[in-house]
Design a binder for this molecule. Structure first.
Ligand SMILES: [Cu+2]
Length: 150
């Protein structure tokens, strides 16, 4: 199973080698789209710790806006990157080479211990998405959660 996932990640990398980051702002996002602050949103607080998220499973309705309030209650830096599993695995490969890469994308954030951030997100597509921490090894240790959009 591990080999298959790695193969997928490498395949994705070879298609889109360098622009995984530069073009985030112009691409459509796999998990929906950045939210509109003028529209109502449901708040979901997520705690980030070594090495998990609480809660790690979320259900939303298609079209719903969620205001994620992210709190790093751990002792290390952690990330919250909202995408498909395939995208996050490909992204994780890039992170292995650049472990201190900073994220400044609407679908993700990296937080130092005790820091809090908010992400407003509209789940405009049905499906199963994930949020994970792509700092090397964190995802493997359990820093992955799932969002089901119905
Ligand atoms: Cu982490």
């Amino acid at each position: 199973m591990k080999t298959i996932k790695l193969a997928l990640a490498l395949a994705a990398l070879s298609i889109a080698p360098a622009f995984a980051h530069e073009q985030h702002g112009h691409e459509s996002f796999s998990a929906g789209e950045p939210g509109n602050p003028k529209k109502p949103a449901r708040t979901i607080e997520i705690l980030m710790n070594e090495m998990d998220y609480t809660p790690a499973k979320i259900e939303v309705k298609r079209g719903e806006q969620i205001r994620f309030v992210l709190r790093n209650v751990g002792k290390e830096d952690h990330e919250f990157l909202l995408a498909t599993t395939k995208e996050n695995l490909a992204h994780a490969e890039v992170m292995k080479k650049h472990p201190h890469m900073e994220h400044d994308d609407p679908n993700g954030v990296r937080l130092a211990p005790s820091k809090t951030a908010e992400i407003l997100w509209k789940f405009s597509k049905a499906g199963t998405f994930e949020f994970s921490c792509l700092i090397p090894d964190h995802r493997n240790y359990g820093m992955v959660g799932h969002v089901t959009v119905k």
